[in-house]
Each structure stands twice: as C-alpha cells, then as structure tokens.
Design a protein around this ligand. Structure first.
Ligand code: NAI
Length: 335
C-alpha cells in the first residue's frame, strides 16, 4: 500500500485520516514546518504528499522520486511548482470547497465595518482619554451601502458568494472576470465589466477574489488603483502580490482611498523590513486610524472550515491515489 506523507504534523491523532484512507496506507507526518524537515528516507518512499503552507519546489520534488500526487490543503496552489510536477506526471489537486462562505463573509463584513466606521469608533472610544460620546464626521469613509457599487475581481466560488452577500446588503454589484462565460452576470443578477478599467472606475468598494497568477500578479498598481472613485475602500482576501502595497499606501495617505482591509500580504508572514503601510498600522499612526484592517490570512478560518480542510484533503488524496477517480485536479496548463 502507498505511503502518504503530510508536510507537517497537524492533528492530535489520525482518526479522520484512517476513516477516509482505511487501514492500508502508511501515514507519515512531517516533523517540522517545511518539506526540508522530512528525512530523506521518508521522502524516498512517499507516493502522496499533502501540503498546507509549504512551498513545493523542483528541488523538493527531487527528494520524492516515487511521488504521484500532491494535494494542496486549500484553494490557492501558487506555492507549488506545477511545471516541475507536470514534467514528472505528478498530479496536483487542491481543496476548493472548505472556506468559500468564510472568505466571502470576511470580505463583505470588512467592507461594511469600514464603511460604518466600526474600527474608527472602536479605537477612539477606548483611547485615553476616550473620544467624546458623539458620532465622528469620518469624511469619505462612512457611507450608505445603497449608494455604492461593490466591485469584484474574480467571480469564482468566493467572488460569487461575496456578490450575493453584497447584493443582500443593498450594494449594486459588478464584477470583472475575463474567464467567466457570458451569462454569469445574469445568473446571479449582477452587472459585468468587460475590462478591469471599467470595473475600477465604478467600484466604491473593490474586493479581490482572483487567484495569484502571472496575469494577476501586480495587476493593481498605482495606475489602476488611481482609477477608483474618490474615497473608495479596497479589500484583499485573495493573495498579497496582486496589489502594490506602496501604491495603496500613497493613495490612503492622500485620502483618495478611504479605507482598506488586507487579509493577505505580499510576503507572508511579513518579514523585516515590513512594508511601510504595515509599519504605520502597527505604530497606530493617527492618519490611518480606523481606516485599515489587517488580519493574518485568517479569512478562511472557522472550526467548521478547518474540519472540512482535514477531511476533504484526505478524500482528495484518496480519490487520486487509491481510486481511479481523482477529483479537484488542477490541469497543468491552467493559470
Ligand atoms: P475560483 O477558482 O473559484 O475563482 C477565481 C476566479 O478568478 C475565477 O472565476 C477566475 O476566472 C478568476 N480570474 C482568474 N484570473 C483573473 C483575472 N486576471 N482577472 C479577473 N478574474 C480572474 O477560486 P476561489 O475558491 O473563489 O478562491 C479565490 C482565491 O481566494 C484563491 O485563489 C485564493 O488565492 C484566495 N483564498 C484566500 C483565502 C484566505 O483565507 N484569505 C482562503 C481561500 C482562498
């Protein structure tokens, strides 16, 4: 029976995995955080590999000569060298359906919280001394949902769930996604922008839900963000490198962007020297008060989504390695 290797030791026991795989396969749990921590002797025999946050490079793969399947225990697979996997006919699968609602809700709720001034009040009411017991004129930040357009980049699973939620709160919703077929707009009653520029010019809230690909990396730089209406709010729960943080910071400082919520950063976890925007946020600089929310790539997380990741990852590995009906396969030539 094949050997299935997990990139790290994740759970107190293997009860769920045994339920899914049965008694046959040998299960191994990585002793550290990276694939380099897995001893050569274990790497040499593993046929299935499951990774959560680990990178899978060509050099890593060279240590796994018998590998047949890599399962990314999440949606994004930008840390896996898929070309190197394809060259060895190693199947790459993801787990697309564990945190769709969580991420969508995180994005929409973050936008709503910024637009209602919740972070601003939270910070100022517990300041020393606390702010006066009255509303604050928050300038461009606070705004009624019904007068706003909620712009979505990437109308996939999470983008669709975000669109439906934003719609329910009264936003006009528009999306840009060149890969979606005609009629995707009609199916859920939202508008479609044919170009990124068309989307940006009308998005009072911009929420990013596209994967990180060569096409989307850096797709929101100064030129693009400057097209947003005055006082827009930007939310990124997708991948950090899609947005140029320096450009976002400049526009926040100038007040042309009113607020932002970032669950993802260009480098995760952030390393010194951290981006200026993160430094200003951590230093609680006054100009940013109530205008920036940072969360540590936690948009997906609930106990329920975590349970789903565990079971669905094992099911995906079992389907690919132990049966002839693989699921969630990422085509080697897809973005
Ligand atoms: P999905 O594959 O269902 O949807 C992605 C959509 O983006 C697709 O419809 C695709 O056509 C579109 N897209 C691709 N290139 C584009 C481009 N250049 N411009 C506009 N749209 C483009 O993926 P899903 O499940 O909705 O997840 C989206 C992303 O969210 C993931 O790739 C991942 O990076 C991120 N994510 C973040 C999490 C978090 O905790 N912060 C958790 C899960 C996913």
């Amino acid at each position: 029976m094949p050997v299935i290797q997990y990139g790290e030791s994740l759970y107190p026991d293997d009860s769920v995995e045994r339920e899914v795989y049965g008694p046959g396969p040998e299960l191994r749990w990585g002793p550290g955080k990276t694939l380099a921590d897995i001893p050569d002797v274990d790497a040499a025999t593993a046929e299935g590999l499951l990774v959560l946050g680990q990178w899978v490079t060509a050099a890593d793969l060279a240590r796994f000569p018998r590998l047949r399947v890599v399962v990314r225990m999440g949606v994004g697979y930008d840390r896996i060298d898929r070309a190197a996997c394809a060259a060895r006919n190693i199947l790459v699968c993801n787990v697309p359906d564990y945190g769709t609602m969580e991420v969508a809700e995180h994005a929409v709720v973050a936008a709503l919280a910024l637009r209602r001034g919740l972070f601003l009040y939270h910070e100022t009411q517990r300041a020393d001394p606390p702010a006066p017991w009255r509303f604050i004129d928050a300038g461009k930040l606070v705004r009624r949902s019904e007068v706003q357009t909620f712009g979505i980049i990437g109308l996939g699973r999470i983008g669709t769930a975000a669109a439906l939620r934003a719609k329910a709160f009264g936003f006009r919703v528009v999306f840009y996604d060149p890969h979606r077929p005609n009629g995707s707009d009609r199916a859920i009653g939202v508008a479609r922008a044919r170009t990124l520029e068309e989307l940006l010019r009308q998005s009072d809230v911009l929420s990013v839900h596209a994967p990180l690909t060569p096409e989307t990396k850096g797709m929101l730089g100064m030129e693009q963000l400057a097209l947003l209406p005055d006082g827009a709010v930007v939310v990124n729960t997708a991948r950090g490198p899609i947005i140029d943080l320096a450009a976002l910071e400049t526009l926040l400082r100038e007040g042309r962007i009113a607020g932002a919520a970032l669950d993802v950063l260009p480098v995760e976890p952030p390393v010194e020297p951290v981006p200026d925007l993160l430094r200003a946020y951590r230093a609680r600089e006054k100009w940013l008060e109530g205008r920036l929310l940072i969360t540590p790539h936690s948009a997906f997380q609930t106990p329920q989504s975590w349970d789903d990741i565990r079971r669905k990852s094992a099911e995906t590995m079992a389907a690919a390695l132990l049966s002839n009906a693989p699921q969630n396969v990422i085509p080697p030539d897809s973005y």
